[in-house]
Design a binder for this molecule. Structure first.
Ligand code: NDP
Ligand code: HSE
Length: 434
């Protein structure tokens, strides 16, 4: 017999709207393939515009969250509002009424999953959040159900669609940062406040969730080194290109004997690296497990229907697995005090300087790098200054790529170079696979 399951959707924006449309479009298909008849029984909106646009019957529009959770036809509540304000309040109201919850809210899961999960368990409800990380890519399910045989030692990937879209357009078309950001917003990729995307917060929330699951210990977002793409210049993208590198916002997590290393920052990868070919709003994540070796997941990381794919898959899972709860990893408010988080990590570096174009400058600069034990792979001076020029006109860009070294060594060398009157460091970008 086909099981009837009622859903409420809170928030009908990009993801909520895509979720509604997917559920309506595939109702018959889910009946046939999953043996469930999933119907939308209630929606909660702030403004009615989207209700009309989506052709939702007026009688499904609830006035309050109390009305939604008191509705006996609603079994599962989908939260697609975002943020940690009413979204949290509404999810708690649903769980406390014994309704399972599906959410796409990475910030909320990152910051409060311990609390939400406790309430879900107390009320024997499911709490599902596949859509919170990497859009339509089933990374949460993979970590929970697909690679749990392994000790995961490493995870690296592109986990924000907006910044990947921006960097792709800047790299391939020389597009202006502000223009492409607007386009990413129009396409529904960006967060309500896109600062979350471009400054790396969104990727940090996702990495906190994923690393906590992968390493079976809480990795708070506050422990993650974070740098966004807002300061990245087209010059760096161009110079990197000339040296065979592509710029990506990478999220990196390593679980080593010395501790856990977690970071989100713009990174140059070799053009031949598989992540260099991940473009537009596509995302990709590499996992390294001790039994399986490397696994790579790839797909759309943002947008209405890719994200609805993850939300609706969770709805179907919740509808068909009444006794299976999602939350099987160690979920605490804070990090285990016995876990060491490594801040002085190792990386190779791209450094762009603006230097006096005169004899002896290079020797002095390389001398400073040598003093901090930093070995250099490439030194590439861009152009020549007029020998009679003075001031900035007597200076030229100089790009240095280092071998692997420590973050703190680079910081000290950069500070020392900036103290000289020969050069100024304009940018420092980490390099993977140099
Ligand atoms: P949108 O801004 O498009 O949608 C949010 C919706 O919530 C808006 O329609 C807004 O209404 C509505 N809303 C706000 N406050 C309330 C309220 N008090 N009651 C009812 N509705 C309310 O955001 P997205 O759909 O892009 O994102 C939603 C969530 O999904 C976020 O957590 C985001 O991080 C996550 N996510 C987004 C992805 C994407 O590609 N966009 C991908 C993966 C996850 P109004 O229209 O009136 O402002
Ligand atoms: N703003 C997010 C992104 C949505 O661009 O990746 C998907 O989580």
């Amino acid at each position: 017999m086909v099981k009837k399951v009622g859903v409420a959707i809170l928030g009908l924006g990009v993801v909520g709207g895509g979720t509604y449309q997917t559920l309506v479009k595939h109702r018959e298909f889910y009946k046939q393939t999953q043996n469930v008849d999933v119907t939308v029984e209630s929606v909660l909106v702030r403004s009615g515009k989207r209700v009309k646009e989506l052709g939702i019957p007026e009688e499904l529009v609830a006035k309050t969250i109390e009305e939604v959770v008191a509705n006996p036809a609603v079994d599962i509540v989908v939260e697609t509002i975002g943020g940690c304000g009413v979204a949290k309040e509404y999810i708690l109201a649903a769980l406390n009424e014994g309704k399972s919850v599906v959410t796409a809210n990475k910030e909320l899961i990152c910051k409060y999953s311990h609390e939400l999960e406790r309430v879900a368990k107390r009320n024997s409800c499911g709490l599902y959040y596949e859509a919170s990380c990497v859009g339509g890519v089933p990374i949460i399910r993979t970590l929970l159900d697909g690679v749990q045989a392994n000790r995961i030692t490493e995870m690296m990937g592109i986990i924000n669609g907006t910044t990947n879209y921006i960097l792709t357009k800047m790299t391939q078309e020389g597009a202006e940062y502000d223009e492409v950001l607007k386009e990413a917003q129009r396409l529904g990729y960006a967060e309500a406040d896109p600062t979350a995307d471009v400054e790396g917060h969104d990727a940090t929330y996702k990495l906190s969730i994923l690393a906590s699951m992968a390493f079976h210990t809480k990795v708070p977002y506050t422990k993650i080194f974070r740098e966004g793409i807002s300061e990245v210049g087209r010059k760096d993208i161009q110079f990197g290109k000339e040296l065979g590198y592509t710029l990506k916002l990478l999220a990196i997590a390593k679980n080593t004997e010395k501790g856990i290393e977690v970071r989100v920052h713009p990174t140059f990868v070799r053009d031949r690296h598989p992540l260099a070919a991940v473009n537009d709003s596509y995302n990709a994540v590499f996992l390294r497990g001790d039994a399986v070796g490397d696994v790579m997941l790839y797909g759309r990381g943002a947008g209405a229907f890719p994200t609805a794919s993850a939300v609706v898959s969770d709805v179907i899972f919740a509808a068909t697995h009444a006794d299976v709860k999602y939350s099987t990893f160690k979920n605490t408010a804070n990090a285990d005090p016995n876990v060491n988080f490594i801040s002085d990590f190792e990386s190779a570096y791209y450094i762009r300087l603006f230097v006096d174009d005169k004899a002896g400058t290079l020797t002095k600069i390389t001398g400073i790098f040598a003093r901090y034990g930093i070995s250099i792979v490439v030194v590439d001076q861009k152009g020549r200054a007029d020998p009679t020029a003075t001031g900035d006109a007597a200076r030229v860009p100089l790009v240095v790529i280092t071998h692997k070294t420590r973050e703190n060594s680079i910081k000290k060398a950069v500070a020392k170079i900036n103290e000289t009157d020969l050069a100024i460091v304009r940018s420092v970008i980490r390099v993977e696979d140099q």
